[in-house]
Ligand binder design. Structure first.
Ligand code: F0G
Length: 453
């Protein structure tokens, strides 16, 4: 049966197709580009009456927070008027994702020189990362379409989320991950949730290549972020941010960049909210990459975002160790449409930023900390003003990669030549665990030393 609620438009050649025409790799048969979900009833030309009413939706979305229905308790599906992707809501597979906290970062704001700084913590989702918001939507579509198997290539978080949601739906999941290059927390999740976990002797980009061959030859549903239904769910943190500020959007939203779907999804959400009259303006959306995994940064510097040269990616922020990002064209468009920027940050800058976010009692995984490191650069370069309201999108929970955190605090993470001018700042943030005999005197001595610091 046809889904009347949505269609798919190619972001390259603008061809519009129906759901049943989507190929297994989610690429346009004409030009090879990626699709985005569009809602015909929202476009000009259709009777205005069919466009959802902004005030009614704002009221309804708040009202649902008090409902006991599963779909209403999900911070993704309570916004379902913005994601008309299912025929039947009974197919929703949810772990009560979304409704994540928006924290004010007071100490970091002061030390960084910005008045209003917030962190939207998507690491507070059921599997500990922002992927849950997009996994509930795309996996629900897979469920509705009757697939038994879902699959993804991943740097760890997508696989954790996919495995969990597949298990909830009684489906099987196939995970391809780069051997030795993902954090243990994430690998353990895929195993715990019962995925068929294959560690390939390659990098993330190599896993993507292998999986694109597999989906052609086996009836598995691809859940990488080339799947446009993932992005529909990943729009919802933007709705939550707008709602939290009473539908006044922040001046700046800063997002880490890996495969570049998240920045694309958030941009789509803000553009749609403005189109529907939910908000009056757009935030600037800036994307931050690690220096060693910076293909988007280079593309914008070298060709203004017209072409992208894949790189061999290297960074300890393993979630974003991606050299050939699938959604780069979508991300370029969002940066350009919202007047945002792309920055790159060093390994030491990432590590320091992560410790600073940790010291606010919040914490995040390394890839998320690029946002704060990037904000510092944007402030230095005058691209963010101190009086602005900025939001950092923290994508993963600090427990995802505790090896990284422990190595940092022990002083084992960074090599001397990487630390550069940040030595003093890094030393102030390090809190190594101290080993002592079982003696009150020794504990009191340490307490005195710490209090004097
Ligand atoms: N932050 C974290 C914690 C991530 O896991 C990822 C991507 C990103 C940022 C980048 O988001 O790809 O939308 O630009 N992780 C993917 C994975 C690739 O397989 O878990 P993006």
């Amino acid at each position: 049966m046809e889904n009347p609620g949505h269609q798919l438009r190619c972001t390259g050649c603008a061809r519009v197709i129906e759901q049943r025409e989507l190929k297994e790799n989610f690429r346009c048969a004409e030009c090879g580009d990626l699709y985005e979900v569009v809602y015909p009833s929202w476009s000009a030309g259709m009777a205005e009456i069919r466009k959802p009413n902004a005030s009614a939706m704002r009221w309804l979305w708040k009202e649902r927070c008090c409902s006991n229905a599963e779909a209403d308790q999900s911070g993704v599906w309570r916004f379902r008027e913005m994601l008309h992707i299912l025929q039947d809501e009974a197919n929703i597979v949810s772990l009560r994702e979304g409704n994540t906290p928006l924290y004010q970062l007071r100490k970091v704001a002061e030390s960084t020189g910005i008045e209003q700084l917030f962190a939207k913590h998507q690491g507070m989702n059921p599997t500990g990362s922002f992927k849950d918001a997009g996994m509930t939507t795309a996996l629900s579509v897979a469920h509705e379409l009757g697939f038994d198997w879902v699959a993804c290539a991943s740097t760890g978080n997508t696989s954790a989320a996919m495995a969990a949601y597949a298990a909830r739906a009684g489906m099987r999941s196939l995970v391809l991950i780069p051997e030795g290059k993902i954090a243990w927390g994430k690998l353990s999740q895929a195993m715990d949730y019962g995925a068929l976990t294959l560690q390939l002797r390659t990098d993330f980009d190599g896993c993507v290549r292998v999986l694109s061959e597999v989906v052609k030859r086996a009836p598995v549903y691809l859940l990488n972020s080339v799947n446009p239904y993932r992005l529909e769910g990943q729009k919802t943190p933007a709705l939550e941010i707008a709602e939290a500020f009473d539908w006044e959007v922040p001046d700046h939203l800063i997002v880490p960049g890996g495969n570049l779907a998240n920045s694309s999804a958030l941009g789509k959400a803000f553009l749609e909210m403005k189109h529907l009259g939910l908000t009056a303006k757009l935030p600037r959306i800036s994307v931050i990459q690690a220096e060693g995994a910076n293909p988007l940064y280079r593309s914008l510097q070298e060709s203004g975002g017209k072409t992208l040269q894949p790189v061999e990616a290297q960074t300890r922020a393993s979630a974003i160790r991606i050299g050939n990002p699938a959604s780069w064209k979508k991300a370029v468009r969002v940066i350009q449409q919202t007047g945002g920027y792309c920055e790159q940050v060093s390994e030491a800058e990432i590590a320091l930023a992560k410790a600073e976010i940790g010291a606010e009692g919040i914490g995040c995984e390394p890839a998320s900390a690029v946002t704060l490191a990037g904000l510092k650069k944007l402030l230095q370069r005058g691209k963010v003003q101190s009086g602005e309201r900025a939001v950092l999108l923290l994508t993963g929970h600090t427990l995802k990669d505790s090896d990284y955190t422990i190595a940092y605090h022990r002083g084992d993470l960074l090599k001397a030549d990487e630390i550069d001018g940040l030595h003093a700042e890094i030393e102030v943030t390090r809190r190594n665990a101290v080993e002592l005999d079982a003696s009150a005197d020794q504990v009191l001595h340490e307490l005195e030393r710490a209090a004097a610091r």
